[in-house]
Write a protein that binds this ligand. Structure first.
Ligand code: ZN
Length: 327
């Protein structure tokens, strides 16, 4: 049994929960989450995205069903809804995937909200995976008490979310906040979105690997480190010159992007999670120095540049939080 210390049987019986689902290109993460953001049960399955949208959907529905069974039996909880955060662009009103691309082949057009509500008879809210991270940070993380902030999620790609006056900026259908596809080099390489020199080409795991390989071939060196973000960070901390060059490019690209976001949104904070942001304070110090040089002092003074407060669970916590905080 999952009694918390000092909890009465009555309080335990009245405990309400929501199911949170975080769908990425590699893994699907499920959790039973209460309104305070505490996780009571969780599981992770491989997405196996190359098997196609129907298979990913089956895995999603099966995972939700497992969480439902836990919550209603062993957990003794009342389920209030299902919150889903998915990679790709989401049509927020209908809860349908508007565009998912190569990360999730066959996922475009999937009516997630309708399918989940039909199967489980529980209110379902679907949003983009980075939008739900912003919700988690606002209610349980570093953005508590803030009404205007920007989130950047550095992963295989670069995702973004913008909160203004306590609400996510959604745009025409829900696609707003694609901050990874803001150009930081108009003469840069072509991106799959159509633009040139997108931030994602320099600050994502894939982008950093590309920069590292190019840098090593220029120096006619083979790497003693893996050319992905964690490998580059470790080598940078050890003073490896090729890694330092790569990280300098990443910092310049990120600072150009962040300065543009500060000028556009005048946020109280810019929150960075995943990828190179895990390099910690020396990385943030170098980044702040560059952003400051590129930004109107009035706007820099009011914008904090900080690491995300919630780690790998931010997706499921934020996905579930939609049930409590989106009415
Ligand atoms: Zn792009």
């Amino acid at each position: 049994m999952l009694y918390e210390l000092g909890m009465t049987q009555e309080a335990y019986d009245m405990r309400e929960a929501a199911i949170g689902v975080d769908i990425g290109g590699t893994k699907i993460h499920f959790a039973v989450v209460d309104s305070e953001g505490c996780i009571w049960h969780e599981s992770i399955v491989q997405t196996d995205a190359q098997r196609g949208g129907a298979e990913v959907l089956n895995r999603m529905l099966e995972g939700i069903d497992n969480m439902r069974q836990f919550a209603e039996t062993e957990g003794g909880m009342t389920l209030k809804g299902i919150g889903i955060g998915s990679a790709g662009q989401i049509d927020f009103a209908s809860g349908t995937v508007a565009f998912a691309g190569d990360t999730l082949p066959g996922w475009t057009g999937m009516p997630l909200k309708r399918l989940s509500e039909e199967k489980f008879n529980l209110r379902t809210v679907v949003d983009n995976d980075v939008n739900v991270i912003a919700v988690a940070e606002k209610h349980f993380g570093v953005a508590r008490g803030l009404s205007s902030f920007v989130c950047l999620a550095l992963g295989t790609g670069v995702g973004g979310a913008v909160m203004e006056d306590g609400r996510l900026i959604r745009g025409a259908f829900g696609g707003a906040g694609e901050l990874g596809h803001v150009s930081v080099n108009f003469q840069g390489p072509r991106c799959y979105c159509g633009n040139y020199g997108c931030l994602e080409l320099y600050a994502s795991g894939t982008g950093i690997a590309r920069l590292a390989e190019a840098q090593l071939s220029r120096m006619e060196r083979t790497a003693s480190w893996e050319p992905h973000s964690r490998g580059v960070i470790v080598a940078w901390m050890n003073g490896e010159p090729a890694a330092s060059q790569v990280l300098e490019t990443v910092i310049h690209a990120l600072s150009a992007g962040i300065s543009s976001f500060i000028h556009t949104f005048n946020p109280q904070a810019v929150i960075l999670g995943g990828g190179v942001s895990e390099a910690g304070e020396p990385f943030f110090e170098a980044l702040r120095e560059q952003v400051k040089l590129r930004t109107y002092p009035s706007m820099w003074q009011t914008a904090r540049l900080v690491p995300a407060g919630i780690g790998v669970h931010s997706g499921v916590i934020g996905a579930a939080a939609q049930i409590w905080f989106y009415k």
